[in-house]
Design a protein around this ligand. Structure first.
Ligand SMILES: [Zn+2]
Length: 198
């Protein structure tokens, strides 16, 4: 069954080991922040630093594993129709909108949405790491290290599919930052499949 995350909101759910999670961009040009926690010990979390270190590459796609802070593989990317995602930038937040956009009454952003969606599972805001930002397009100048946030390359119906390599608690958003999403807020969809029997 396909679930829909409305614009500027988030969801939390369990993803058992072996199950497959497909994150779908139904309209195109929309980012989705993904977090993963070990369901049996929430102190083990998805780690941008370890994953990028082991990949020796900033852009991850089909075949790449996503590691935890304890260097265990949490998720594997099985299929990816876009090939451009970000794993450098933290979830957008009240402070993102205050500091970058100058908003005086800022939206709580992906950070606030993730904190609310994961609170029932025992995740506290300070436990939230850098998310794997599905479809987020952050080109980097190799000489200077300068980067910009550009509209996603995803078209309507594009998706990325992961397999859980341990029992996980997942947080997932439809991102709330104008810059990340080409100037408009759209929904995100996801689907959970049992995966092939072990
Ligand atoms: Zn966001």
């Amino acid at each position: 069954m396909v679930e829909t995350i409305p614009p500027r909101s988030g969801a939390g759910f369990r993803l058992p080991k072996g199950a497959e999670l497909t994150v779908i961009d139904p309209q195109g040009c929309q980012v989705s922040d993904l977090l993963a926690f070990n369901a049996d010990d929430l102190r083990e979390v998805i780690s941008s630093g370890r994953t990028l270190d082991y990949a020796s590459r900033l852009y991850l796609t089909t075949g790449d594993p996503l590691y935890s802070n304890r260097s265990n593989v949490m998720l594997s990317i099985l299929e990816d129709t876009v090939g451009r995602h970000d794993f450098l930038l933290t979830p957008c937040s009240k402070d993102t909108f205050r500091i970058i956009y100058g908003d005086t009454d800022p939206h709580r952003g992906c950070f606030g949405n993730l904190a609310a969606a994961l609170q029932p599972y025992g995740v506290e805001p300070d436990m939230i790491p850098t998310a794997f930002n599905c479809f987020m397009n952050v080109p980097i100048d190799g000489a200077t290290g300068t980067f910009t946030v550009e509209p996603p390359l995803s078209k309507a119906g594009d998706f990325i599919r992961f397999r859980a390599e341990m029992d996980l608690v997942i947080g997932l958003t439809a991102c709330s930052a104008l810059q990340s999403n080409g100037g408009s807020f759209k929904p995100i969809q996801y689907r959970i499949d049992a995966g092939p029997a072990a």
